[in-house]
Design a protein around this ligand. Structure first.
Ligand SMILES: NC(=O)c1ccc[n+]([C@@H]2O[C@H](COP(=O)([O-])OP(=O)(O)OC[C@H]3O[C@@H](n4cnc5c(N)ncnc54)[C@H](O)[C@@H]3O)[C@@H](O)[C@H]2O)c1
Length: 376
């Protein structure tokens, strides 16, 4: 089999994860690009890429590249994806795929016109115990779902000295916490439950109204502010959302980047008429099944899991799989789709559009203080 020729634009936290997963999936890392030619050169050296491109724009149109991974700040996703698709590339496009639902729709339309695959790293779908929960819901083990709840909390933007391009609406988009991590929660819960959020009521909170007037290059780094100049913040630190789904289930979530001690606390619980299921991505080896008479903790053990969960369970039971494994499995399936396959549960551009439309509804609801329909 000929190796796919991959290139990665944006080599911060997640760009490095993409580059590693691409290699593990058997691709050649033909090039990388950063925010300047110098940064691209340094990243190419560090990551062992075949070459550095002078810019993302050059990379996405380059000859000899089959698939482009777009891992830049959010405002560049749509323009780079449109250029890449026009140049005939397949795209692995980070979320949010555009700054709003209309932009996401333009990327989806361009993908359809170009006949190219665009996948979106909603990577938490690739935890085997997430697939186990999904299989149990589909098999009717929980009965009709009544309540969907949970949240996603982090603490890396807790203080006024914590800054990142995400804080700035011009680069991150009009929503920060929700678009950044609430989108993962909605994707995951819709994926597992099979329910779709139809309407919602949202509140956004900006608890840190000013932050350090400096730039930090890489996400999840130590505070980069120095207690000096501050600038006003125009994006939310947290969001509360109540929602109703098309199937009649109701739910709630809390999304926050300012919850001290919570590092990457993505969790959900689905309460059905017979049983409940709960998953916590920081304890991803297990799934809790709640019943009135007898609850249980189900461990990841391929021999006893649904086929789709067993497929992703590549290490023996008790040998923990985690976030990096999810990413590797996602990229492997993305490349399988580029090769003409149809892997189960692969998040594609339609899922990116969906997340952007839900984010639009959250912002609209918070602005108007009213229940808001999510554009289907
Ligand atoms: N799917 C996931 O689980 C996941 C996780 C983290 C981040 N993300 C997404 O990935 C993207 C990047 O986030 P991150 O956490 O890696 O951020 P980051 O700040 O760590 O990295 C961003 C990188 O982009 C580079 N960059 C800035 N301007 C550029 C330009 N014009 N051209 C090329 N590179 C440029 C920066 O120098 C930096 O290296 C975001 O859109 C984010 O939402 C997704």
């Amino acid at each position: 089999m000929v190796a796919l020729r991959t290139a990665v634009v944006g080599t911060g936290f997640i760009g490095r994860v993409h580059a590693r997963s691409a290699r593990l999936a058997g691709a050649r890392l033909t090039g990388v690009a950063g925010s300047s030619p110098e940064k691209g050169r340094l990243a190419a050296e560090e990551l062992g890429a075949e070459r550095a491109f002078a810019s993302g724009e050059e990379l996405v149109e380059a000859e000899g590249v089959d698939v482009v991974h777009i891992c830049t700040p959010n405002h560049l996703h749509e323009p780079l994806a449109l250029k890449a698709l026009a140049a005939g590339k397949h795209v692995v496009l980070e979320k949010p795929v555009a700054l709003d639902g209309d932009g996401a729709g333009r990327v989806a339309a361009a993908a359809a016109t170009a006949g190219r695959v665009v996948t979106v790293p909603f990577a938490y779908r690739f935890h085997p115990m997430v697939r186990e929960a999904r299989a149990r819901v589909a098999a009717g083990d929980l009965g009709r779902l009544r309540l969907l709840h949970g949240g996603y909390q982090q603490d890396w933007l807790l203080t006024p000295d914590d800054v990142n391009w995400r804080v700035d609406a011009a680069r991150g988009g009009p929503s920060r916490a929700f678009a950044d991590i609430g989108s993962h929660w909605c994707d995951l819960v819709e994926f597992v439950s099979g329910c779709r959020i139809a309407r919602l009521l949202a509140r956004t909170v900006t608890a840190v109204p000013e932050r350090a007037a400096v730039d930090s290059a890489v996400a999840f780094s130590a505070p980069t502010g120095d207690g000096g100049d501050r600038r006003p913040v125009d994006t939310e630190d947290a969001a509360f959302v109540l929602f109703e789904t098309d199937g009649g289930a109701a739910g709630s979530m809390l999304v926050s980047q300012i919850s001290a001690g919570r590092k990457n606390h993505l969790w959900f619980e689905l309460d059905g008429e017979h049983a409940s299921a709960a998953f916590d991505q920081e304890q991803a080896e297990t799934l809790w099944i709640g019943r009135r008479d007898r609850s249980e903790t189900v461990y990841r053990d391929a021999a006893h899991l649904a086929p789709d969960a067993a497929r992703l369970s590549w290490l023996p039971a008790g040998h923990a799989q985690g976030y990096a494994d999810c990413f590797d499995l996602f990229v492997a399936d993305a490349y399988a789709a580029i090769g003409g396959g149809a892997p189960e549960g692969l998040p594609r551009i339609g899922d990116g559009v969906r997340a952007a439309r839900i984010t639009d509804a959250v912002l609209a609801s918070a602005r108007t203080d009213a229940w808001t329909e999510v554009t289907p």
